[in-house]
Ligand binder design. Structure first.
Ligand code: OSB
Ligand code: MG
Length: 371
């Protein structure tokens, strides 16, 4: 497989609702849509780095720079025979997992289109539908949060995650729990606490939560192991797991009992697969996280989430929960049993709505061998 040309599209999508986490509030979402040409095939990928470095140090602009100046020159025009070889050709770049993951996604899409098979078949996924939930941002008040939860339950979501931050944690969560005693409920702090300040979270342990996601620093494993020892509720790591090695060490240290897998955060689908496999071997359940993806990244998430050790519902909601006008022709809808169908087309199984893409594009760059 040879990539003849790479096109980057920096896009800005308007969210259907503002999304607030412990690191900020956004009304629009930036990302890079990557299109690759290989002979007559077009491959697609999405880079999930956001406009601001709140979730991770990567931003849309750092990923643009890394792809343009380091990854594309190492890849364009080269014969690349496997995903392993692709990763090897990107290994001179330290870090920048979201930039690498976008390129790997493009490569998988091209492979699937060339060989006439779907991503789910290539990954070894086993389900036609995957269990999903909804991730709800911080609302104006606990009352507003309960109303928002009611809305999503009416739409059919059976698992709810709420964002928390200092001052908006136990009361918010307890409000939802008191109205919905049976709801599958979990919380995500996005690294907003320290081992000391997390003492205020202790009452969450009585609220029958599925898990508490990433309470402490994004680069920490050790303090999480100390915190996990104080909680009966499983701690789940998101930001802290940036490689299969981190996953292994977190399990060995007892830093968490569940892992959130995001392809962008770990540097590609191959790395996500490796984490899935090592967690399966250790009997540690995983679930698929989300980064407010467009239809491109959402399709990859659905394929990934169909693997056997994805034992908890993913943060993969229907298209309309994120965007009124997505840039893919395919729209994802929620089934009545709180699942979404796994795409079956070749590769990612999605195609671009070029008019919709154009409306949201801020900048493009085309790179090829002969330029
Ligand atoms: O921490 O899981 C997170 C969105 C952007 C950045 C980080 C996170 C999230 C979400 C949304 O929780 C998940 C989704 O795509 O629905
Ligand atoms: Mg998270």
């Amino acid at each position: 497989m040879r990539i003849d040309e790479l096109k980057l599209n920096h896009i800005r999508m308007k969210l259907s609702h503002p999304f607030e986490t412990s690191f900020g509030r956004i009304k629009t979402r930036d990302c890079i849509v990557v299109e690759a040409l290989s002979d007559s095939l077009i491959g697609l990928g999405e880079c999930v780095a956001d406009r601001e470095p709140g979730y991770s140090y990567e931003t849309t602009i750092t990923a643009w720079h890394i792809i343009k100046d380091y990854l594309a020159p190492a890849l364009i025009g080269q014969e690349i025979d496997s995903v392993g070889e692709l990763q090897h050709k990107m290994s001179h770049v330290r870090g920048h997992p979201m930039a690498k993951a976008a390129i790997e996604m493009v490569y998988w899409d091209l492979l699937g289109k060339r060989d006439g098979i779907s991503l789910v078949q290539m990954l070894g996924g086993q389900r036609k539908q995957v269990d999903v939930g909804v991730s709800i941002g911080i609302q104006d008040s606990p009352k507003a949060l309960v109303d928002t939860v009611a809305d999503y339950l009416a739409q059919g979501y059976k698992r709810v995650k709420i964002k928390i931050k200092p001052g908006r944690d136990v009361e918010d969560t307890a409000s939802v729990r008191s109205v919905y005693p049976e709801l599958q409920l979990q919380v995500d702090a996005n690294s907003a606490y320290t081992l000391d300040s997390a003492a205020v979270l202790q009452p969450l342990d009585e609220l029958d939560l599925l898990l508490i996601e990433q309470p402490l620093a994004e680069d920490d494993l050790w303090d999480h192991s100390q915190l996990q020892a104080r909680f009966a509720t499983p701690i789940c790591l998101d930001e802290s797991i940036q490689s299969p090695r981190h996953a292994r060490q977190a399990i060995e240290m007892g830093s968490c009992r569940v892992i959130n897998i995001k392809t962008g955060r770990v540097g590609g689908l191959s790395q996500a697969l490796a984490i899935h496999d090592l967690c399966l071997a250790q009997d540690v359940p995983v679930w698929c996280g989300g980064m407010l993806e467009t239809g491109i990244g959402r399709s990859a998430n659905l394929a990934l989430a169909s693997l056997p050790n994805f034992k908890l519902p993913g943060d993969i909601s229907a298209t309309e929960r994120y965007y009124e006008d997505d840039i893919t022709q395919e729209i994802f809808t929620l089934n009545s049993n709180s699942t979404i169908d796994v795409p079956e087309g070749h590769g990612l199984g999605v195609s671009i709505d070029q008019k919709a893409l154009k409306r949201v594009t801020l900048d493009t760059l085309t790179m090829s061998d002969d330029l």
